[in-house]
Structures are given as C-alpha cells and as structure tokens.
Design a protein around this ligand. Sequence first.
Ligand SMILES: [Zn+2]
Length: 392
Amino acid sequence: MVLKAFKLRIYPNQQQQDYLARAFGHTRWVWNQMLMMLLARRENLPKQWYLNNFALNYLLTRLKAETPWLREVDATMLINATRDLHDGFTRWFKHQNQMPKKKVRRWAQSATSNAVNGNIKILDDHHLQVPRMGVVYFRAGRLPAGKVKQLTLRQNAAGQYYVAVLCECENQTLPKTGKVVGGDLGLKALLNLSDGQIEPLFRYDKRLSKQLHEWEKKMARRRIGAKKAIARDKHEHPGNVRTLADFANYQKARRKVAAIKAHIANQRADQLQKYTTWLVRAYDLIVLEDLNVKGLLKNHKLARAISNASWGKLVTMIQYKCAWYGKQLILVPPAYTSQECAVCHARNHRLGLSKGQWLKVREWDCPNCGAHLDRDVNAAQNILSKGLKQSA
Ligand SMILES: [Zn+2]
C-alpha cells in the first residue's frame, strides 16, 4: 500500500464556506491557546515545561469542555492542530526550525481532517463527502481508487478553495520497458534527455508577467490609499476605524494578484505532473544530477528561471513516482558533466574559453575524438553513464 496525495479545487456553497471560515478560525485558536499554555509553563516550570502529544490531547479535551463552541467543527481538525504544534516544537528542539509562533489571521488558511470510520468518501467524479460539510462539489481531477485517510482543506489568498486528498492505494507497479535514461536539468528546457528528447520549459510566469505587474501596481497604490484613509480615521473618528478588509478596491486587486500567482503555479504543477508520469512510464531507470537548488537560488540572475523550472519539485516528484511504480531514480554528483565528451570521455577544458563564453556554446567538436556534440544531450549522456557506473 502507498499513500498518494491529490489536489482538487472545490466549490463549497455559502453554508460550507461559513463552516470552513469557522474551522480555520477554531484550529488557529486551539493552536494559539496551546502555545500560550506551553509558553506559560516554560516560564513557571523551566525544567519540565514541555508536554508530550498525549498530554496535549488530554488538555485539548479539557479545553473543549470549557469552550463548547469548539465542537461545531470536526474534532480531528483540532487534534491535528495540536499535533502540528507538537511537531513544530519537536523540530525546534532538534534545531531544525524556529520556535512555533502565534498564528494571526492570514488570507490563506487551512485545516486538516482525518478519516474516522470511512466518513470521508469520494462519491463520484464530482462529489466528495466531507465530515460536517456534507457533499462538496469539485469540477475535475484524477482521483485514485483507494481509501481516503486525510483531507486538508485550504483557502488561498485569492479566496479559492482547494482540498488535498490523501489516499491509501494499492501499490501499482508499471510494466518494465527495459529503457534507461539520463536527464540534464536545464534552464531553457525542463529536462534534456540522453536520447535527445527535450521537454520544453513553458515560461508561464513570463506569459502572465505583464498582467501580474499591472495588478501588483494597482494593489500597492490602493493599499497606500487605504492606509492613509485608516490613519485619517484614527484621527477623525477613533471609535470607528476601518481595516484593510473594508476597502473593496484594494481587496479586489489583492485577490486578483493572488489568483494570477495561483494560476501560474497551477499551470507549472500540471506540466510537472504530466511530464514526470510520462517519464516513469517510459523508463525503468532515470539518472539525474544531485543539484543543490538552495545554493543555486542565491544567484539572483538564475533564481527566477530556476524557481520557474521548479527543479526541486521535479526531482521530488520523480522520486516518489519511481517509488510508487517500481522504477528507479539515481542522483549523481554534478561535476564536469558538460565538459566531458560522452564518446571518448576526454575533458575539453571548456575549449579554452572563459566560463561565460563556454555557457553560450550549444554545440562543440571533441578535440580528442572529433565527435560533434550537442551540449545538453552530451551532458545527459554523461549523467546516464555516471549513474550506470554507480548502480553497477
Ligand atoms: Zn571525444
């Protein structure tokens, strides 16, 4: 059995939207209450202030007894908020992140429900049964046949609703094709394969950049206007000060910006999903470079193109899809893959060019054996042979 997550856009009715607003608010409230309690304990009992997850859940039961309105949302959402807090502290103890902070209301929010006795069901291609919400409509999506374990309901900054469905599915291995491939992660292409196939990199961000820029400008301008009006309010009628939520034009621009950004991210994720599925179907063994994406992102010129290419995501997707479908991914160290001839394995020392000039060379002839080489395909072939050596 394997766990698979699927993201769907959902269209809750007004009543369901009201429920979700309460659910997000209540889970945030529980997080904050538990956090404040723990911080108070830390002050008062410095030696033994922390409580384990079991003790936190016991306190949650007490909290619910005192505040009956918490019962209007799915109980597992509150348990998950406590568990997230516990995870946050556990990571902090291991120095993996900062100490959990108080949550303030943001435009984007989420809550997670666990399935209890099969109370979360996929009813058909367009309907999902959600605890306390009833039947929720979704437009489209490829849903697996499996038992639903968990749902994360989410509202993004554009006001759109999504759900991530976590399913337990039969482990389906894909038929073996006997084919192996090396891939060079690119900036102009998403992936250059050693057999010459290239997946173009769609610049979704560029296609929508003008529109995004226009709305970002409007948003900034309207925000300044609203802030000024709020400052005037404080002066003129302090009892009746508006908040940013009261400025409809600013809110419209803010949602529009968020919607364009979500659109770009969705298009990109869709390309990655389709491409990685094709890749693990077509090949039994895939070799990629082990790139330190974080390190590369520090280089600002490359940063935008790299984050658009979503290298990290691409590698992660191939990794888990290989695990799902019984295929293999090998990551190899990235040194010299572009400077070596894949035919005779001589290094070309950048043909004596500077780093900048060498980056622009798309095709070259090997000075040692004379082979005419395409830069990207040659690199992918080197990556493949490194991987085959590593797996042998
Ligand atoms: Zn050569």
